[in-house]
Design a protein around this ligand. Sequence first.
Ligand code: MCA
Ligand code: AMP
Length: 498
Amino acid sequence: MSQPSELPLIRHARVHTGRTAVVAPEGAFTYANLLGASAAAASSLLAGAHDLREARVAFIAPPGWHYVAAQWGIWRAGAMAVPLAVSHPPAELEYVIQDADAAVVLAHPEFAAVLRPIAEQAGRRFLLTSDVLQGGSASLPTVNQTRGALMIYTSGTTGKPKGVVTTHANLQAQVASLVEAWEWTADDRALLVLPLHHVHGIVNVLTCALWSGATCEILPRFDAEAVWSRIEQGRLTLFMAVPTIYARLIAVWDAAPPERQQRMSAGCRRMRLMVSGSAALPVQTLVRWREISGHTLLERYGMTEIGMALSNPLRGERRPGFVGVPLPGVQVRVEDEEGREVQAGAAGEIEVRGPTVFREYWRRPDDTREVFRDGWFRTGDVAVVEDGYYRILGRRSVDIIKTGGYKVSALEIEEVLRTHPAIAECAVVGVDDAEWGERICAAVELRDGAGLKLDELQPWAREHLASYKIPRDLQVVADLPRNAMGKVMKPEVSRLFA
Ligand code: MCA
Ligand code: AMP
């Protein structure tokens, strides 16, 4: 039964109980199923307590039913959901569990062998999704909108990744803005192929779909062949992805026989919207995709800390090379270094304000203070505005790399590489790459007498870093290029890989 005090997401679900919420590798599930399983999960998590009061629950499951039901269960128990990345090695998983100070680690059985020892060693309660989704349901707490809902780890220009805390109110504002702008309805059917430890997959696809009473079809991972097969079958209305995914889909279309190409293109034409974001969409990708699919990709701009801020319009001109205009409820301005609004047509930093903006970096008050100026969040991205449309020019920091849509800190990788026995000093850069946006490259000075090849470095790095953080190119140099102050000059390092 609906209670006025329930989270709006839950209230919305009660309107659509008979409709299909999730189609996943495990099967098809209605909103009634989702309400039931998430209530059971919440009860198990509560274990007799009245309210988990924003305790962190770190959870891991392959994209699918267990993931969704567990996430809703965490919210309904009053806890904060900390999604762990299925692609991360144990060292990174352990870091997040420790940094978030997770009270509970909730894992799909597939991840039990890796997560149970980490949880036990850290003294955290360990639960399996397969157990908690089954149980009965107790009475659930009233969860205030100001409560932290989601903590996503993001790389920055300093040190290790930070937890970005988004409240229920933030999440609702982010979702409501996109539902309005992109006109989501209960008749939508979205295909989800993105990882579920980032905003793009969690908010833009999964939560917008479930907020709207729509159906979210979840593939266990991105696979270009599987995506095309699904598009060919029809009945999808929405697809969202990063530019690298569109590049991969184009490659598969190009290699297909003409009869199949026709079916693939026809499948696209039956859809109503295809969106690109998380990294700059090359204009040639937009043009080629339009030829193949008949869709002008809707490019939008966002960030973990703010959800989406700018978007090309659903109806109206989608301008290639631009990320559009401010979304409903989001205030955006462009400022110079001194915090003055720039002249029209001049470049400056994008700043964002409004209910979509996150609450804090978890237990890092100084970092939180530093990224706000007069209540505006400083994105670190530089843009110009032309006829009201924003064009992203780059980032203030060279140490932030975007590869395959993932944000990666050069400094974090350098810190790990410096622990390699052969490496004396190193510099990591992102080098332009047609498929990945940027490719991670490392220049290293070696210790006396040491040797190092890329195919030796990569397996070693894999032990410590997620696969998208692994250097793809290596240059051994006698001396890294430095300025008179002895500081490594990153543009010079990039040139080594040009
Ligand atoms: C993988 N490979 C790479 C990279 N990643 N090579 C170069 N650079 C990389 N970054 C290589 C692997 O080593 C492997 O090569 C081969 O590619 C396949 O690896 P796999 O891990 O299976 O890759 P994949 O699954 O095909 O991944 C590509 C991907 C993925 C699907 C594009 O990167 C992805 O899901 N990206 C989306 C990330 C995302 O959602 N970001 C949103 C965050 P070999 O076989 O030779 O070993 S940003 C956000 O949320 C904000 C709010 C926003 O605006 O959206
Ligand atoms: P993340 O911190 O992982 O959420 O990534 C956010 C960053 O991705 C932004 O600060 C931008 O640098 C970049 N980004 C997101 N969307 C776009 C886009 N459409 N064009 C260019 N950069 C983008």
